[in-house]
Ligand binder design. Sequence first.
Ligand SMILES: NC(=O)c1ccc[n+]([C@@H]2O[C@H](COP(=O)([O-])OP(=O)(O)OC[C@H]3O[C@@H](n4cnc5c(N)ncnc54)[C@H](OP(=O)(O)O)[C@@H]3O)[C@@H](O)[C@H]2O)c1
Length: 328
Amino acid sequence: MTQTFKAIRGIDDGGVRGRCVDMAVDALDAGEVLIRVDYSGINYKDALAVTGRARIVTRAPCNIGIEAAGIVASSSADDFRPGDAVIVHGFGLGMRHDGGFAQYVRVPAAWVVKLPAGLTTRAAATLGVAGVTAATAVAALEEAGVRPADGEVLVTGASGGCGGLAVEILARKGYRVVAQTRSPAKRAWLTTLGAAETQLASEVADSGRPLETARFAGVVDSIGGQGLSWALRSTRENGAVATYGNAAGNDFATSVLPFILRGIRLIGINGNLPMPRRLATWARLGSDLAAPVFSAAAREIRLDDAIAFCNDMIEGRTSGRTLIAMQA
Ligand SMILES: NC(=O)c1ccc[n+]([C@@H]2O[C@H](COP(=O)([O-])OP(=O)(O)OC[C@H]3O[C@@H](n4cnc5c(N)ncnc54)[C@H](OP(=O)(O)O)[C@@H]3O)[C@@H](O)[C@H]2O)c1
């Protein structure tokens, strides 16, 4: 197809950063499925790629954007037909394979998730990698046997994308959620998402002892660092802590006591799931792990405005979930 379209492409001109380009569909990286992109969620990683602040694009030139939700335009794979609503993320999309900040992407069929009935491309894009990660963390607590009747569940970094989704998903499942944030201004939003209680990170009483008062039946952790250390020490007997983030740092201190005296399980979450688990998670995001309040609050911008938006994101001037409406 010689048709041209718009994209934000990572180009190396003494440092890889994003440029708005027109390109031909024929020039896209190879794959069985060509997708006309409706929406692409903007992640911090994308902002790093667009601004060149970190080496996210490892094979320039390459279209940026680690997620894309849209409609199949053509497919040589039996599993997909034109008109199917799909989402694709991970597998190096937007890093070493032409990504989602583009009106078209072409990918191997093995990367593509057909959206479950009831999930529009916009709703799926509001969730994206953050939705899959938060849902996987909630599922990990469920699999560890943490039930709503067992007690409160703490979510750290709660006003972030993953954290906010975890708050809403857990609350809708009947858990009593304690949402921890550094920001007093975010407390009202967290209550809207369903938090029963909000807790300021600055007011956490961390004694530094090997065990704190046992409070939480489960924890969803976005931040790592000292916050994860305190959460582990504050988890009740046989509770579970699911961690996917490092917003506060990669390192955390612990002793063995939460594990050997309280039987706590620490579960690592990688949202880049293998395909069978990925399909099952998307099916649940369209049903019992839905987050309609979070999704409805997402904002849209045009592709032409995405580079400026990414600069603002890096400078900390943005909040909430923002989508590029790719065909606007
Ligand atoms: N393992 C995986 O597969 C996977 C997938 C997606 C994301 N992640 C990671 O998970 C984390 C959350 O991702 P996200 O998309 O939700 O990011 P995000 O939207 O930037 O949210 C992170 C939240 O953490 C808190 N935070 C930020 N900096 C902090 C600091 N220095 N100390 C303490 N808290 C801080 C903030 O919440 P408050 O203002 O409410 O405190 C912030 O909103 C990130 O570290 C990200 O890299 C991992």
